[in-house]
Design a protein around this ligand. Sequence first.
Ligand SMILES: Nc1nc2c(ncn2[C@@H]2O[C@H](COP(=O)(O)OP(=O)(O)OP(=O)(O)O)[C@@H](O)[C@H]2O)c(=O)[nH]1
Ligand SMILES: [Mg+2]
Length: 257
Amino acid sequence: MDKALLVGIILPSIDEVDVNNHLDELEMLAKTANVETLGVITQKLHSINPAFYIGKGKAQQVINQAKLLNANVVIFDDELSPAQIKNYHKLAKKIKVIDRSALILDIFKKRAKTREAKTQVELALCQYLLPRLTRQWTHLERQMGGVGTRAGMGETQIEIDRRLVREKISKLKIELKKIESERKTQSQNRGKEFRVALVGYTNAGKSTLFNSLTGNKVYVENQLFATLDTTVRKLKLNKKHQVLLSDTVGFIRKLPP
Ligand SMILES: Nc1nc2c(ncn2[C@@H]2O[C@H](COP(=O)(O)OP(=O)(O)OP(=O)(O)O)[C@@H](O)[C@H]2O)c(=O)[nH]1
Ligand SMILES: [Mg+2]
């Protein structure tokens, strides 16, 4: 099991209470991804440091603290730029430094069941990974399948990998278009029906409600993003009227686009 140190940043524009709420949420995300949280660090900042998000001295402190706690991963609550990720890889060596987006994508990857959801998640992963490919990158590569391990590889290999990821992105986009047009044909005869969607925050109980209304058995679990595929079922309101009810993917703050 991975062990993590979480990092949250308090900027003048953000309330400290909100930052702590976001960090609680990040801990739940980590737990869902099977990562144990060993500690949390917050830092008050006036502005974002382009090299490390936080100041360089603080960055070193975070890494030292992670080592002290025996954590093997540091998770930032805010999205790090590709340059920041690279700088952390140089600074942190064996400790992985990732952000909330990487964690959410990791969970999505584990949850996706249908061909459409799998393809969408794979595409999102590739697009996230492409600008971040470095020799030291080890977090997402495990899930990339076919891209290969980066340990000890030279710059040439990174160039090859970049080309492979770009090719994969175009293939996935074509695949997704195909799946979407198939789905459109399937749902054409549903055109006249009223559609109702259950929407809300992840883990709010949407699937539970969906199941009790429709007598269905979609996956219900006390974890974030239990549902990653939308399910549609007919729901009879009375003898005359029926609607199409959809269960949907839940919301979370700072969800990567
Ligand atoms: N106490 C209580 N728990 C509930 C209620 N409805 C659902 N739960 C529980 O809340 C947890 C999440 O329920 P889900 O139905 O999976 O939630 P969801 O909104 O579909 O979550 P995602 O698919 O992750 O977005 C499960 O452990 C449910 O048993 C409720 O009315 N009261
Ligand atoms: Mg659900």
